[in-house]
Design a protein around this ligand. Structure first.
Ligand SMILES: Nc1ncnc2c1ncn2[C@@H]1O[C@H](COP(=O)(O)OP(=O)(O)O)[C@@H](O)[C@H]1O
Ligand SMILES: [Mg+2]
Length: 145
């Protein structure tokens, strides 16, 4: 497992996907990429699903609320521990009340407001930065254990 992960670390293990327009197909593509990368890294089926679900929710938000952005996947290693890093950046309207969105249960769409708070609990590291009128950046990591 560790050997497999080491082979993946580096430039060849990074992948980026453009998000453009309201086409939800990109959710399926990113979900597949997340699952594939985490499987190759040695994640079990449960963690593969956690990672795939988290990225689905964050990309669904870009499609729904921003419609222009990019997701970047990177296989990383810190202190000998491999992990998967996913960064989603958009140039949408941004989020005015980040605290409220992180708490969950708040939606300006017709959702449950559980996408971001859910993704946060599924990942090990999670950071959301947003600026109204400029866009949003979500940074998440999951470690192999
Ligand atoms: N990328 C984004 N750009 C702008 N607003 C966003 C973005 N992602 C989330 N939001 C805002 O945060 C709210 C909560 O998002 P989320 O937790 O995914 O729940 P839901 O999508 O069900 O509303 C959304 O209703 C929306 O107002
Ligand atoms: Mg959502």
């Amino acid at each position: 497992m560790a050997e497999n992960a080491n082979a993946l670390v580096g430039d060849t293990a990074s992948l980026s996907i453009n998000i453009q327009g309201r086409d939800e197909m990109v959710i399926v593509t990113a979900r597949g990429a997340a699952r594939e990368l985490s499987r190759e890294l040695g994640f079990g089926i449960v963690d593969q699903t956690r990672v795939a679900t988290a990225i689905s929710e964050i990309i669904r938000n870009v499609v729904q609320y921003a419609s222009e952005g990019e997701v970047q996947f990177r296989v990383i290693e810190e202190n000998g521990q491999p992990g998967l890093e996913m960064v989603v950046v958009d140039q949408g309207p941004g989020i005015a009340d980040v605290e409220r969105v992180l708490r969950g249960g708040y939606s300006t769409g017709n959702g449950f407001g559980r996408g971001i708070s859910g993704a946060r609990t599924l990942m090990d590291d999670f950071e959301l930065q947003s600026e109204v009128g400029r866009g949003t950046r979500v940074w998440m990591r999951k470690w192999l254990r």
